[in-house]
Design a protein around this ligand. Structure first.
Ligand SMILES: CC(C)(COP(=O)(O)OP(=O)(O)OC[C@H]1O[C@@H](n2cnc3c(N)ncnc32)[C@H](O)[C@@H]1OP(=O)(O)O)[C@@H](O)C(=O)NCCC(=O)NCCS
Length: 204
């Protein structure tokens, strides 16, 4: 399981012991987050759902599908201050994923998301060895745009009717950040070449 430390936060996978804290976070921030998120089913606000989801998050990480992390303030370790989700990991010639994030209303304006994502991006580029992280925001979400700018994301364009937010297809600004010094892993290249040898017809 992943656990990262920053100056003010522990950024890590959720555990069964966190179910109550995570559920409290989604309930307390329901109205605050609604304008920026898909419509949530009532189950989203229950401990039963998060008991299932936190286990699924860990399975998904070990199956190389996603990395879903929670932000816990060091000064208040039982409280969830926000989430940072790296999802839709695609390997092969893409080596990319999507990023989504949110803070509890009471933690906005303290630099916590930039701090958490700095550490998480470092992990995603160095340990997971992804090459591209993509993040999209509604054109009017200036706070989100500012987070991405501070972290070195570059704007790539405007996608029409890109995500279903609040029950409506909404245009989004597309951004991405590339691994600063991505190099092929020699071990991975070796295994890939052995697989190719195994499936290609015998050479004359
Ligand atoms: C998007 C979101 C995470 C941004 O939160 P944020 O607090 O503005 O972002 P950061 O954590 O990077 O904090 C930066 C702010 O903290 C301030 N700050 C205060 N103390 C700070 C410190 N010690 N270090 C750094 N920044 C500090 C910065 O000045 C900046 O505030 P400003 O923009 O008013 O100048 C938050 O607004 C949110 O969760 N919104 C709802 C969900 C959402 O929109 N998700 C993204 C969908 S694309």
């Amino acid at each position: 399981m992943v656990r990262l430390e920053t100056r003010r936060l522990v950024v890590r996978h959720g555990r069964m012991a966190d179910v109550a804290s995570v559920t409290r976070y989604v309930r307390e921030n329901r109205e605050f987050l609604a304008p920026w998120e898909p419509v949530r089913h009532e189950a989203w606000f229950t401990e039963d759902y998060w008991r299932m989801r936190l286990a699924q998050d860990v399975r998904d990480y070990f199956q190389d599908r996603s990395l879903r992390l929670f932000l816990f303030p060091r000064q208040s370790p039982g409280e969830v201050a926000g989430v940072a989700n790296f999802t839709n990991v695609i390997r092969g010639s893409f080596q990319a994923c999507h990023l989504g994030y949110a803070l509890a209303a009471r933690h906005v304006g303290q630099g916590l998301m930039t701090e958490a994502l700095g550490a998480a991006l470092d992990f995603v580029f160095r340990e997971m060895r992804l090459h591209r992280v993509m993040a999209a925001h509604l054109p009017e979400n200036e706070r989100s745009a500012a987070v991405l700018r501070r972290l070195g994301f570059q704007r790539e364009g405007l996608a029409r009717d890109y995500l279903l937010i609040g029950g409506r297809w909404r245009d989004h600004v597309l951004n991405s950040k590339l691994a600063p010094d991505w190099r092929p892993d020699p071990e991975e290249a070796f295994l890939a070449s052995r697989c190719a040898d195994a499936v290609s017809p015998e050479r004359p």
